[in-house]
Write a protein that binds this ligand. Structure first.
Ligand SMILES: [Zn+2]
Length: 403
């Protein structure tokens, strides 16, 4: 499993000069490569492949040689990728423009694969031969602003400049613990009023209220609306301001924090109850389910849901819990006791009421129970009741919707 951690870097003046230098070189390389590609395109209507570009032109290019080899290659790969998307676009839109040149003063991100190391709490970046000779420096050893320990193996590092600071995104390969399955399964239903509702086949159920997230949204949305109102009066032509960006960032951060608390709570609950499988509804169905929109007037962006699911998945795997998704289709329309499906999904005050068996239940708990049942349908032929579960067979995992 891969995990990316973003670090703020603390370069000294001298190091900052080098980072600045390397990023500018990356921009120059990008533009040089683009220039050659465009010229070839004009001449013969073809764009050279990455390999021929590298062989013929870039190998002896000054900018190419000043960067560590993989860093330089990544810049060109990046441009190649942009050309590939342009080609695709051209099939639909003849007027589509080829990739633009980067502004001269732009600082391009620089990537490292094998030419970086993390030594103690420093990031060491190796320089190319040419750069070493010209600047008399073998490597840069940068301090992190704040070290975050990580048990994984660092595989990739991207250094970039943003709003006055230098950052490093480091991708780690994190080993997954072995999972030994048992009969205990927990299902999760996601919603707006309740961010998450869990139930397991031992009869435990937990509700994680959405109140906090809703109030964060409400608070920031009204503040953003007020600022926007004043702003459009003052500057009718501009659409965005720093204040608005700050408010939006703050809102995202606070919602993220709440989501982390919830995902942590869910996985801790699972650990406490010795759950080895967590099942969640597949989010691709959320938009298809008409009921979903009607039930919830307040909008929670779908990214919050996918973010929450990603967090639960990640934390589950690290805790040795298997994580699966099943289709959410009809899980909110069906009665979890008798299986009757209602035409409409109108739910009053968050309660599901079944006319056939008079089941009267919190609608999200009903949803979670149905997700659990759905999962069990795939794994147990004999007994589909929630109370008594046969050991799920791992070999049949292909029946579960793939991610
Ligand atoms: Zn019923």
């Amino acid at each position: 499993m891969k995990q990316t951690i973003k670090y703020k870097l603390n370069p000294n003046k001298e190091q900052e000069k080098h980072l600045h230098n390397l990023s500018s070189i990356a921009t120059k390389l990008y533009n040089t490569d683009n220039y050659i590609r465009r010229a070839t395109w004009k001449k013969c209507g073809k764009i050279p492949s990455w390999y021929s570009q590298k062989k013929k032109v870039l190998k002896n290019n000054v900018w190419y040689k000043l960067l560590p080899s993989q860093t330089a290659q990544e810049v060109c790969h990046n441009l190649q990728g942009n050309y590939n998307s342009w080609f695709k676009l051209r099939k639909k839109d003849e007027k589509a423009r080829p990739p633009k040149f980067r502004r001269k003063e732009m600082l391009s991100p620089i990537s490292f694969y094998q030419q970086f190391k993390i030594i103690e709490d420093k990031l060491k970046l190796s320089m190319s031969l040419k750069y070493r000779k010209e600047h008399n420096i073998k490597s840069l050893e940068l301090n992190f602003n704040k070290w975050k320990t990580e048990k994984g193996i660092p595989k990739f590092c991207q250094v970039l400049f943003n709003k006055g600071s230098w950052y490093a995104n480091i991708v780690y390969e994190v080993p997954e613990p072995n999972i030994s399955l048992n009969k205990n399964i927990m299902a999760i239903d996601l919603g707006i009023i309740n961010t998450a509702v869990t139930c397991d086949n031992k009869g435990n159920s937990n509700i994680y209220s959405g109140k906090q997230i809703l109030s964060i949204q409400h608070y920031f949305n009204s503040r953003i609306a007020r600022v926007q109102g004043k702003f459009t009066k003052q500057f009718p032509k501009r659409k965005w301001s720093k204040t608005l960006q700050k408010l939006t960032d703050k809102k995202t951060r606070q919602i993220n924090q709440s989501l982390h608390t919830i995902s942590k709570g869910i996985v801790n609950q699972a650990k406490k109850n010795n759950i080895k499988t967590i099942v969640a509804g597949d989010l691709t169905d959320i938009r298809k389910d008409n009921n979903f929109g009607k039930r919830n007037n307040q909008k929670l962006h779908s990214w919050s849901f996918s973010k929450l699911i990603q967090q639960i998945e990640y934390k589950s795997i690290l805790s040795g819990i298997r994580f699966v998704r099943v289709s959410e289709e009809n899980t909110s329309k069906t009665c979890s006791i008798c299986g009757t499906m209602r035409k409409s999904n109108r739910i009053k005050r968050g309660l599901y009421r079944c006319k056939i068996c008079s089941n009267y239940i919190n609608s999200d708990v009903n949803g979670a129970k149905n997700i659990l049942k759905k999962y069990l349908q795939f794994f147990s032929n004999e007994d589909r009741s929630i109370g008594n579960v046969a050991m799920p067979l791992v070999s049949r995992i292909e029946n579960v919707i793939p991610r």
